[in-house]
Ligand binder design. Structure first.
Ligand code: ZN
Length: 476
């Protein structure tokens, strides 16, 4: 097309030239006494030359004007390259924990490419690395203004608020982040913890349901969280007199985590209160096989309170037989035997416990037993030992070894979730609650004692209050 146009122009020009040559004429310019006389062809040629010169001049002028602009663009390109380099080096410094370099490259990048989202991230991270929380917060807050960086900024602010113990604002930020990215695994876990610690167990339950449905948590982890949330919701329901709902929630919690002792004791207590005694007893037996616990024992004893002592003993023997060598089994058995007047059975049940630095509860039952079986003089030895005896087991955090009397979803000391295991309070015991599937196994559980050995220490002599009993002989 362009070729055709070129040919057309040349053809027209040639035709015009031929036409002019065929029709010669003269152009006369008469101006202020000057007179120029020339042929038309020459004048036209001169005109074309002048126009060509003007075009060249115009191009030159444009080049002069655009020069600085081109130079400026080249300078900006160089800055961007240097900025990108500073950014990369800064990220590497952050990864390496090099505080000074992170800060230096962060500032460089900020000067060279200030508006880049990555620069803001680097500056925030460098500020964090240098312990400048205020500056870090400023960068994260600035990120909230930009939609593409909002989530990143929220993540930084959530981490800061959580670390500073500002759980209220952390919760609000996490909820905002959840509306942006409900598919972020770290966020659902963080949001669950924040809702749970604020006591919003129903919200926490919804979050973990969402996480389980969308496979954002490992199934065991998610189910453990859901079990605890359901148990806490059950407690709230009972407080507001919704006993049936509370029972359903507690039993659902146990179906997810059968070893959750507080939920089992709670559910059994509810069943008992609602006249479902058989189910209560059965539930306690099921849980006892996994983890004997005095709270379970207390509900069991309450459920059997109306039974005559011998029948009560027979039922407790069944329960204790599920974990025959466990301390709590032996204590329950001893109490029931004592109530039924079966002193020898009570003594046999307690024997292994008295061999191993007996705790206060053991001393108390022994005193009771001796009082009734052999008289006050025999009881006195045990009564004097109660004061100095070690306390029984309690809930011990498997993360930080902190011990507490009452179970809670979060460790008071290290804030770990569902980390409390029933065991000795001296901190050297590690117990796996959901570990052993073998209920009869004596290992891997609480302070299960070795089987009763025939060689238990002899009973203390009368009036031997000053004689230390079973001092050097330790079973474990
Ligand atoms: Zn802890």
């Amino acid at each position: 097309m362009r070729l055709f146009l070129g040919f057309a122009i040349v053809a027209v020009a040639a035709a015009a030239a031929a036409w002019l040559v065929d029709r010669p004429g003269v152009v006369v310019l008469d101006w202020q006494g000057y007179r120029i006389e020339s042929s038309l062809a020459v004048v036209l040629a001169a005109l074309v030359l002048v126009m060509a010169a003007a075009a060249v001049l115009y191009q030159f002028w444009r080049w002069l004007r655009r020069g600085p602009m081109i130079a400026g663009r080249a300078r900006a390109d160089r800055r961007r390259v240097r900025g990108q380099l500073a950014l990369t080096q800064g990220m590497v410094a952050v990864a390496a924990g090099d505080k000074a370099a992170a800060l230096r490259f962060g500032r460089q990048a900020e000067l060279l490419i200030a508006e880049s989202p990555l620069t803001m991230l680097l500056s925030a991270q460098a500020a964090q690395l240098n312990g400048d929380d205020l500056a870090a917060r400023r960068y994260f807050a600035a990120m909230l203004e930009r939609p593409e960086m909002e989530f990143l900024g929220l993540r930084g602010l959530i981490a800061q608020a959580t670390r500073d113990g500002q759980t209220g604002s952390a919760l609000n930020l996490a909820r905002r982040a959840f509306t942006l990215r409900p598919d972020a695994p770290w966020l659902v876990t963080a949001l669950f913890d924040l809702e749970a610690r604020a006591g919003n167990w129903a919200e926490a339950g919804r979050v973990i349901d969402h996480a389980l449905r969308n496979k954002l948590v490992a199934p065991e982890n998610g189910q453990q969280r859901k079990a605890v949330a359901l148990y806490q919701m059950a407690r709230t329901m009972r407080e507001s007199d919704h006993g049936t709902v509370a029972r359903k929630l507690a039993l659902e919690s146990l179906s997810l985590d059968p070893g959750l002792v507080p939920a089992a004791a709670f559910a059994a207590d509810l069943l008992l209160a609602q006249g479902k005694r058989r189910r209560a007893l059965h539930l306690i037996e099921q849980t006892w096989a996994l983890q004997p616990h005095p709270d379970l024992g207390a509900v069991y004893e309450a459920a059997l309170a109306d039974e005559p002592a011998p029948r009560r003993l027979a039922r407790v023997e069944k329960l204790a037989g599920l974990r025959a060598n466990d301390r709590h089994s032996r204590l329950m058995l001893a109490r029931a035997a004592l109530a039924a007047g079966e002193f020898d059975s009570a003594r046999a049940a307690l024997e292994p416990l008295t061999a191993d630095d007996p705790d206060a509860e053991t001393c108390r039952i022994m005193a009771d037993l001796e009082e009734r079986a052999r008289g006050p003089a025999y009881a006195r030895t045990w009564l004097t030992r109660i004061e100095a005896a070690p306390s029984g087991p309690g809930w011990v955090c498997e993360v930080c070894d902190h011990g507490v009397a009452d179970w809670s979803a979060y460790c008071d000391n290290c804030q770990s979730f569902d980390s409390l295991r029933w065991g000795r309070l001296n901190g050297d015991t590690r117990i796996a609650r959901n570990g052993a599937a073998d209920a009869a196994s004596t290992s891997g559980r609480t302070e299960s004692l070795p089987p009763a050995q025939g060689a238990a220490p002899p009973p203390p002599p009368p009036d031997a209050a000053s004689v230390p009993v079973d001092g050097p002989e330790r079973a474990g």
